[in-house]
Write a protein that binds this ligand. Structure first.
Ligand SMILES: NCC(=O)CCC(=O)O
Length: 333
């Protein structure tokens, strides 16, 4: 599409930017509370809040406080939250068995929120890194992250989450074949309406640093995740992964990190038209917070602009630690 326009001065593009009313009339997109998914960290205990120093304003919450947070999120109109557990190190094993314990922290949290705040959608994370001491998203055998054995474990994990009441499964592990295996297991185990948001294009990124502090995984990782997460220089491979995951039964796809990969979001939306999300990850959050704390940027405006960029890039929504803060601003109008 190429809008027809008269040569200057017939066309003066500044005309429609001249007043707030005209700018509102020609605005091409909107950022809305409906677009927000709020990632939250869960810890053991009661009435426990643990601030995460590298993510100012973000805390790990025990299940009782998490339920209150979910209530506040629902009252703000946030449609979904995404749970990440801080697993007791004593429960971490090479086989990652705690991952599919029906009563693990994530599943207990899901049940408690479902009972108290049924209207909010709960997304859960499928990856094995919270459940082992080497920090990899899969099962490690002789130093290798083995694909097919990992998929079997991930399916057990996903089924336990669906059983607990998760609405959206978020496989973030980047193993091959896990979307098809999860979809088949959901269909055959009475969970045909559970949705899958595939972390389809997840890059091996340095922007995840503060998240690893939050889930107690920093310093734990042996080696790196480059044999399963993507090379930051690859664009065509991202399209192959997204196409693959959609064809295996993903309902929604995600690009991660967010802001450095807006080109991937746009191409994914234009190419496949599927519900497309970005994860504005911990490092992106931390950079904005740190610069704002130093007075180097206007934190509120940069936060809003960073989220508008995802809409402009074609995203239907964004996972962001700013969710409650931005929802309060958007609700204020
Ligand atoms: N699987 C979830 C993540 O790795 C999140 C990364 C982040 O926020 O940095």
């Amino acid at each position: 599409m190429r809008p027809t326009q008269s040569p200057f001065p017939g066309t003066r593009l500044r005309r429609t930017r001249a007043t707030p009313a005209l700018r509102a009339l020609v605005r091409e997109d909107r950022l809305s509370v409906d677009d927000l998914i709020w990632p939250i960290f869960v810890c053991d205990g009661e009435n426990t809040r643990q601030p995460i120093p590298s993510m100012p304003g973000v805390e790990r919450l025990s299940v009782d406080l998490l339920v209150e947070a979910a209530r506040q999120a629902a009252d703000l109109g946030i449609p979904a939250i995404c749970l990440f557990p801080y697993t007791d190190p004593a429960l971490k094993t090479p086989g990652c068995e705690e991952a599919w314990n029906p009563d693990n922290l994530s599943n207990r949290a899901t049940r408690a929120i479902k009972a108290a705040v049924p209207e909010i959608a709960i997304m859960t994370d499928i990856a094995l890194d919270p459940y082992n001491t080497h920090g990899h998203d899969g099962i490690v055998v002789n130093g290798e992250v083995v694909n097919d054995e990992s998929v079997e474990a991930l399916v057990k994990m996903g089924m336990a989450q669906a059983e607990a009441g998760a609405d959206i499964l978020g496989p973030s592990d980047m193993m091959d074949g896990r979307i098809g295996a999860l979809r088949q297991a959901l269909e055959t185990n009475g969970h045909k309406n559970v949705t899958i948001m595939s972390y389809a294009a997840k890059y091996a990124s340095a922007f995840y640093g503060p998240f690893r502090d939050a889930v107690g995984a920093s310093g734990a990782l042996t080696g790196d995740k480059k044999t399963y997460q993507m090379d930051p220089l690859n664009r065509r491979e991202a399209m192959r992964l997204i196409e693959r995951d959609l064809s295996e039964g993903a309902d929604m796809v995600m690009v991660k990190p967010g802001m450095p990969y807006l080109d991937i979001c746009r191409e994914a939306k234009d190419t496949f038209g599927a519900p497309t999300y970005a994860y504005q990850v911990s490092g992106e959050y931390a950079m904005i917070k740190a610069a704002a704390a130093n007075g180097w940027i206007d934190g509120e405006r940069v936060m809003l602009e960073s989220l508008m960029a995802f809409r402009r890039a074609g995203c239907d929504g964004v996972l962001t630690y700013f969710a409650p803060e931005v929802a309060r601003i958007l609700n204020r109008g």
